[in-house]
Design a protein around this ligand. Sequence first.
Ligand SMILES: Cc1cc2nc3c(=O)[nH]c(=O)nc-3n(C[C@H](O)[C@H](O)[C@H](O)COP(=O)(O)OP(=O)(O)OC[C@H]3O[C@@H](n4cnc5c(N)ncnc54)[C@H](O)[C@@H]3O)c2cc1C
Length: 438
Amino acid sequence: MSQEDRFDILVVGAGYAGSTAALITARSGLKVGLIERGEFLGSKIVMGNLLYSGVLRQIIPDLEENAPLERFIRRRRFCCLNGESAASFEFESQKYNESPHNDLWSVRRDRFDPWLASQVEAAGGKFFNRLTIKELIVENENVVGVRTADGREMFSDIVIVAAGGNSKLVPQTGDHPEYPPDSYILGIAESLTVPPEIIESRFMLKGREGVSINFYGHVIEGNVGSAFLTTGIDSIMIGAVFNARSLKGQVRNAPLRFLMNLKNHPIVQRMIEGGRTRALSTYIIPEIGFDFMRNLYCNGAMIVGDAAGFLNSNTYPIGSVMATLSALFAAETAIEAKRKGDYSKRTLSKYSERIVSSFTMDDMRKFNRNPWFTDHYPEFFGVYPQMAVDLAEDFLSNDATAPRSRQQRVFQRVKKELSVFPFLRELMESRKRFGDYL
Ligand SMILES: Cc1cc2nc3c(=O)[nH]c(=O)nc-3n(C[C@H](O)[C@H](O)[C@H](O)COP(=O)(O)OP(=O)(O)OC[C@H]3O[C@@H](n4cnc5c(N)ncnc54)[C@H](O)[C@@H]3O)c2cc1C
């Protein structure tokens, strides 16, 4: 083995989690290799393009000045749709124009991920792209390195697996619980090129202000999930994320159909008019949840980000928080292990301890109830949002009847269509299940 292929730490996958772990360990003076299968970083990654930057800002204090962030999110809209109309709740604050801008930015992964990997190189790490890791090298129950698809072997004291939600490398790190076969989240996203001045006038934004919209109801055709729109500097990202289970086998073409529902909705159509498709991709990952969480470490290896199962909500994906936080904890543990010269499970278990004592585990526990809730009450995602729009429409429609009789008509509809008692019971149940989130 050449010295070139011997490292202190090897990190597989240069998404948020992998590049963050590689950056922290490289900065501490360790010899780090960051390996990515893609040719163009970030080009294959589908997401709503929102970066929750709080953790990353602690690691890179000049993130705002130097990173290719797109727009800070000044306005958030939660929007229920029926076929023609929309009823929204919107929050906007002038406060967010001040640094750190509520730590919420839009990013384009094809711009942001290469920059993050370049920070790893600037800190002395070695970056390999177009290199697919086929398997971990295990000797005497210790992970000691990785083998590429074309047979190259690279060795290290510790391997950090950051290869995303479908990583085939994870099972090689030990026993993991079996997922229920229908526990998958599907996502589809399209990036549209739109000139900055059009985005700014259409959404009433100034300079680097941005907007993020979540859509509920019509688009997902009564299934469990939501759709999104995020403004970048010169692009608009739109897409949908939903759970496969609620489709009850009708998965074929569903992602594209939902995307078209969104794009063809008369209200959304105006927002994206004239946009040229830049990229379109789909994604499938297990909705893991606390009960099916993976073992986070073994002798010589740790698992971070989506690969570790930290994305567990199809209704509110905040994977960038979990990815960067788990990477931070794994990197700190790796640095400690190197100092001790002990890469065994015992030392690497500190990673798991850090996770357990952070809010990450609290979130996992709470969102663990998410699949239960969405299976039992899919109407919160399909029927109720559409009904809210129907009722608003009725209430606000101007016809020859007196306002008082319109109000009565709406209350009659609420009574009839909502069946108040089951609805109240569901609300109580959701409060019990989600506690602090509601
Ligand atoms: C539709 C959708 C919308 C979302 N929207 C948001 C959002 O707006 N905000 C948010 O915070 N989160 C969002 N998420 C979640 C977020 O995208 C993920 O949680 C986050 O990208 C996880 O980062 P990661 O580094 O763990 O994995 P990834 O970002 O998936 O990175 C994994 C990397 O590993 C590489 N890789 C994989 N296998 C190998 C291999 N064998 N060898 C070498 N390299 C390999 C991949 O090419 C990739 O670059 C969304 C998810 C979906 C599905």
